[in-house]
Design a protein around this ligand. Structure first.
Ligand SMILES: [Zn+2]
Length: 199
């Protein structure tokens, strides 16, 4: 027999399924929720429900959105002809933070990883090709991660995207700002040398 009442066990079991939450943390969170106000608990439950009921992927760029097309794809002030390709929806926030990119996005929802059995077919690439083939795009910026998977994805896409008049670029990678080149590993140093620019 369990030491907690059934509704509590159910909440703890649900919380345990979250990434990084073990049995102890799940129990602590469940008791926190039990002690919180009706309003807070109901707010949490409603937020969880809404995320599943109201959010979907933008049919144009695969960003997570509550309106289709998403705010970027429907924006009249953004350059719809410059498309930045990222692995995950969360990567968009990192680029938006710079306040220097005024193009739009395309989210792949993953990267090519033969080790994990992820091939190009499992990524959301087809609607990117459609945008390019419809002549809607002048430049595709490949902003996948500087990992083996991200590099493989960028290489694959650059091959697929070869079209007359389409510019395909890769974000520069290298030494993080504020660090010392003495501590850079050789791949980072190599990328930094490759990405050099004229001053
Ligand atoms: Zn969109």
């Amino acid at each position: 027999m369990s030491k907690f009442a059934e509704p509590m066990v159910r909440l703890i079991d649900s919380l345990k399924k979250l990434p990084g939450i073990g049995a102890k943390s799940a129990q602590r969170l469940a008791f926190h929720i039990l002690r919180s106000s009706d309003e807070d608990a109901e707010g949490l439950a409603a937020a969880v429900r809404d995320v599943k009921a109201k959010l979907r992927l933008c049919s144009n760029c695969n960003n997570i959105t509550d309106v289709d097309p998403c705010v970027y794809c429907s924006s009249a002030t953004r350059n719809q002809r410059m498309v930045c390709v990222v692995e995950e929806p969360t990567n968009i926030a990192a680029i938006e933070k710079t306040k220097h990119f005024n193009g739009v996005y395309h989210v792949l929802h993953g990267s090519i990883s033969p080790l994990h059995g992820v091939g190009p077919d499992q990524l959301r690439i087809s609607n990117l090709m459609r945008r390019v083939d419809d002549g809607q795009v002048d430049e595709v910026i490949l902003a996948t991660n500087p990992t083996i998977e991200g590099e493989a994805t960028a290489t694959y896409l650059s091959g697929q995207l070869r079209r007359a008049g389409l510019k395909v670029t890769r974000i520069a990678m290298g030494i993080p700002v504020g660090s010392d080149i003495e501590y850079a590993d050789e791949i980072t140093m190599l990328k930094a040398m490759e990405g050099r620019r004229e001053l």
